[in-house]
Design a protein around this ligand. Structure first.
Ligand code: ATP
Ligand code: MG
Length: 565
């Protein structure tokens, strides 16, 4: 199959200095990728073999649920993105071209919906499942972690088109099952969590996650009932603050130079929980005040869900213009021109302390039912480790994770704004009900390496390994060794076994062994003069380092057996 003497495989002894994750280091060192710019990677021949293996698994499982493969352009007229409001929603993440009104697509809802709109006419044309494996472009602000966060990357994205929400549920479940098979066949340990649908609405979504200390996502897990949710949506059953006996009238108190929640609580001798902390945001240009209990953290994804729009924190100067006070002194009592929403924990609470909209003053004995106009109470706080599970009250665990896939019930979000309708059996025009589903192809490879490596290098699982066998000729200058290795190489290749053959001349055995471990093929076949004297070659299993002598004549049979299992 492939001879190392002529194969382009630039391995490195040293770790690249910019790489923090093992997968990133090893992908560069093992010659799978090279960095061209921040978040931009070239795939070299060995890496591309792995990529093709993963794509093959994805194609097989997508085809198995009846999905049809497309290939859409990455270059998109900006118009279709304006129709759905996503030029704004993506903001700086969207790459714009300078010399034409074009963008580089970060995902393909718009293009697929355009095709559906122009070509799906009646209920007879539904359902459809369409997919592609294609390049996406996103101007990620902080590309790090290697190919896990690229500015150009491969996504398998699919889209379902159905007549009803019930049919969408079926399409969604089919994808969920296909995704499980894809990740299992890629050798990954993963879990599924409930996820946020973000600013774009939709009626439900789940993410496929790989646990990793380097993951940029955080998830809450219940080891008892299996509850699992991205922190962007995770909830817990913390008690609401409720009401205390004896509501007193509000009172303004001078609190000079007292800034933090803890300082205020100490100064006024109240519990931090009963401090109603005010945060100010802007949504669609209008100011919104958000009340949180004490040190609870506002979760911006939950805020987006509650408001149905993305909100941005208000700058201090702007806030001062609205209220005449600085951020530490804002509060809900007597505040004009603001929408006010609050976290559920504060629902109907009294005996709270808040800012007085006047620098260096606080108000005590605030009763939200009596003294403020709260538009609504929503779950807005980020839960913390050790809080009770919302289903069974077991204490939740919080882990970091890498998102490897996302499945999404879109409903009529895109068909609505792009007018992709169909005629039902009664001749009534209805919006097509859609789903969209993404897999990060690079992330499968990087996560596979995260889960399968040691100090010496990668340990591929056969399922996506670039080669099954790494055949090492220890010394090409020894005729017997060379002839045997050449013969085995021919036999393996003929038998259809994917073999990488280290036939390099003038490279020391130690160096060859190091490379074999770094590159990480599941099985090494080592041909050396010492064992050959007794008619044997050595097999080395990369995963556990076990070694085994096998007679030259029996190697092919032995390997065939091993590959079968
Ligand atoms: P993230 O929160 O990590 O940015 P996302 O929510 O933006 O991901 P989606 O828009 O749902 O991701 O894209 C579908 C899949 O594409 C993700 O589940 C992930 O596996 C992959 N993906 C997203 N962004 C990148 C990227 N910059 N580089 C590589 N893969 C990515
Ligand atoms: Mg993203």
């Amino acid at each position: 199959m492939v001879r190392l003497s002529t194969y382009f495989l630039p391995t490195l002894k040293e770790n690249p200095t910019d790489a923090t994750m093992a997968s990133h280091r090893l992908m560069v060192r093992a010659g799978l990728i090279r960095t061209l710019g921040a978040g931009i990677y070239s795939w070299l021949p060995m890496g591309w073999r792995v990529m093709k293996n993963v794509m093959q698994i994805i194609r097989e499982e997508m085809d198995a649920i009846g999905a049809q493969e497309f290939q859409l352009p990455a270059l998109n007229p900006i118009e279709i993105w304006e129709q759905t409001g996503r030029v704004e929603a993506f903001g700086d993440t969207l790459f714009h071209l300078k010399n034409r009104p074009l963008v580089l697509a970060p995902t393909h809802e718009e293009v697929f919906t355009t095709i559906a709109k122009d070509n799906i006419k009646s209920y007879r044309d539904l359902p459809q499942i369409w997919y592609q494996i294609q390049t996406k472009f996103r101007n990620e602000p902080r590309p790090r972690s290697g190919v896990i966060r690229g500015r150009q990357f491969f996504m398998k994205d699919s889209y379902t088109f159905d007549r009803s929400f019930e049919d969408l549920d079926k399409s969604y479940l089919a994808h969920r099952e296909a995704y499980k098979k894809i990740y299992r066949r890629s050798g990954l340990k993963f879990f599924i969590v409930g996820a946020s649908s973000g600013a774009m609405g939709g009626t439900g979504s789940q993410e496929f996650m790989v646990e990793s200390p380097d993951g940029e996502d955080t998830c809450a897990l219940c080891d008892s009932c299996g509850y699992a949710a991205n922190l962007e949506v995770a909830s817990s059953t913390l008690k609401p603050l409720g009401r205390l006996d004896g509501s007193k009238p509000i009172e303004e108190i001078h609190t000079p130079n007292i800034k933090t929640i803890d300082q205020v609580a100490e100064f006024l001798r109240v519990s931090t929980e009963r401090l109603a902390k005010s945060l100010v945001y802007r949504v669609d240009g209008a100011p919104v005040l958000i009340l949180m209990s004490g040190n609870d953290q506002l979760n911006e994804a939950k805020l987006t869900t509650a408001l149905g729009k993305t909100a941005v924190p208000m700058e201090p100067e702007e806030l001062a213009r609205y209220t005449g006070a600085n951020a530490g002194s804002i509060g809900p009592v007597g505040l004009k021109n603001f929408r006010i929403i609050a976290d559920k924990r504060l629902e109907g609470a009294n005996e709270l302390t808040s800012g007085a909209n006047k620098d260096d003053y606080h108000i005590v004995h605030v009763d939200l039912n009596r003294d403020a106009k709260i538009e609504g109470y929503y779950d807005l706080r980020t839960i913390e480790s050790g809080e009770p599970c919302p289903n069974c009250s077991t204490l939740l665990r919080i882990v970091n994770a890498i998102e490897i896939g996302h499945i999404f019930k879109l409903g009529t979000r895109y068909s609505g704004s792009m007018h992709a309708n169909y005629l039902d059996e009664a001749g009534v025009e209805k919006p097509i009900v859609m789903g969209s589903y993404g897999i990060g192809v690079e992330r499968i490879i990087a996560c596979h390496i995260e889960q399968n490596h040691d100090d010496n290098g990668i340990i591929w699982d056969k399922c996506i390994a670039p080669f099954d066998i790494h055949l090492v000729s220890v010394n090409m200058d020894n005729k017997e060794v060379r002839d045997t290795a050449e013969r085995l190489f021919g036999e393996f290749s003929e038998a259809g076994i994917e073999v990488l053959y280290d036939d390099r001349q003038g490279v020391s055995p130690g160096f060859k062994f190091k490379d074999a471990d770094l590159l990480g093929m599941p099985l090494q076949v080592i041909v050396g003069d010492r064992n050959l004297k007794n008619g044997n070659v050595e097999l080395k299993f990369r995963r556990n380092g076990e070694r085994k002598l096998v007679a030259v004549a029996e190697v092919l049979g032995e390997i065939r057996n091993l590959l079968k299992n």
